[in-house]
Design a binder for this molecule. Structure first.
Ligand code: ASP
Ligand code: MG
Length: 391
């Protein structure tokens, strides 16, 4: 008997009949003798719809109230999933994050899981009941309902897998797994059968939307067997595992991030540290820092965060300029830092298309270039060919 966590994404749960379809798959697993814990996202586009309702009231809704609102989405899918399983004669019980004791930090809309109490989860499992857990939510030390950031239900699933020492954590979605390049950019994208935790973490941070980055961090820390699988086909998907278990390749995949802005902040010499302090204490996700001179720091942030950035750095800057429609194209794999050929090929591609390049970032497993949005497809497609990631 194995204990398996199965997490289902919103598109897979978009209608009651899709929920019933997945419940049948879970029922078959339970009837075969395994124990299953289900984690659900909200149905279809529910979370986006809830956000747009809030925006119709105010442009600056309180984050606490946003959490109250958004956690409602997963309540709908969890109860319908539970009803479906009960209808199929598999005893199920749905629980909110707070009910199963997913304890988080206090940061509304972007909380981190601190611990899992899990009493009700354990007693349900002991009684042979299949628990259906609302993903993406928890409760803080001060008993406030919190959410884990967009896409956070993957993290709920992996945190529960760690708590329960599950044999496997499966993340089901409408895609077949993790691809070498976004299939919307290149239809020849290949499915990656196995990828290391470290590579996957970078892919997730650098734009691959298949997994919430925190979920990969937790999976690595607790050595969770993690799989990304298709909800609607039978494929094996992608297995995320230890680097020692798999063949290393020069470039495993390409990730892209778009809708970014490059903001140049000019600060009097002595103020550079105080500027960094301000950035550090803000809630902003800075994608990249580029220090040009001792006076100028360029930072890359999401385009819709530019105003927040400007207001938090106001006192420490003398002038700024903003470049919109920025993108980051990242190449991930063990060869990017060891094989000079990789950079050589990328440079000749950017040269071929006369692409604007604002900066490079390299680390052990990643090489990123900051460019303009219109070059993303050209660069990634040509690189996908050069690194044999398609076909
Ligand atoms: N429903 C949430 C979202 O859309 C969480 C998730 O799907 O993982 O971001
Ligand atoms: Mg997701």
């Amino acid at each position: 008997m194995a204990l398996i966590i199965k997490k289902f994404g919103g598109t897979s749960l978009a209608t009651p009949s899709l929920i019933m379809h997945l419940a049948k798959r879970v029922a078959a697993e339970v009837k075969s003798g395994n124990k299953v814990v289900v984690v659900v996202s909200a149905m279809g586009k529910t979370t986006n719809e809830l956000i747009s309702m809030a925006k119709q009231i105010t442009n600056q809704p309180e984050e606490r109230e946003m959490d109250m609102l958004l956690t409602a989405g997963e309540r709908i899918s969890m109860s319908l999933f539970s009803m479906s399983l009960n209808f199929l004669n598999v005893k199920a019980y749905s629980f909110t994050g707070s009910q199963v004791g997913i304890i988080t930090t206090e940061e509304h809309t972007n909380a981190k899981i601190l611990s899992v109490k899990g009493e009700r989860l354990l007693s349900a499992l002991n009684e042979g009941i299949t628990p259906i857990i609302a993903g993406f939510q928890g409760v803080s030390g001060s008993k406030e309902v919190t959410t884990l950031g967009r896409g956070g239900s993957d993290t709920t699933a992996v945190a529960l897998a760690a708590f329960l020492k599950a044999d496997l954590c499966e993340i089901y979605s409408d895609v077949d797994g993790v691809f070498t390049i976004d299939p919307r950019i290149n239809s020849g994208a290949r499915l990656i059968n196995q990828i290391s935790y470290e590579e996957m973490l970078i892919m997730a941070h650098m734009g691959s939307k298949v997994l919430h980055p925190r979920s990969v961090e937790i999976a690595e820390r607790y050595n969770i067997r993690l799989a990304v699988k298709p909800s609607f086909n039978e494929g094996d998907g992608t297995m995320i595992t230890n680097a020692e278990n798999i063949e290393s390749v020069s470039v495993r995949g390409i990730s892209t991030r778009q809708n970014l802005a490059l903001v140049n902040l000019k600060t009097p010499d002595s103020n550079i540290v105080s500027l960094m302090k301000k950035l550090n204490s803000s809630n902003l996700n800075i994608e990249l820092f580029i220090t040009k001179t001792s006076e100028i720091i360029s930072v890359v942030v999401e385009q819709d965060k530019v105003n927040d950035l400007l207001s938090c750095t106001e006192d420490a800057c003398t002038s700024v300029s903003i470049n919109n429609d920025i993108a980051i194209v990242s190449f991930i794999g063990t060869g990017v830092s060891t094989d000079k050929d990789v950079l050589g090929k990328i440079l000749s591609i950017t040269e071929k298309y006369s692409a604007d390049v604002f900066g490079f970032f390299t680390d052990k497993l990643v090489l990123s270039i900051v460019t303009k949005q219109p070059y993303v497809e050209k660069i990634s497609n040509e690189a996908a060919k050069a690194f044999q990631l398609i076909g």
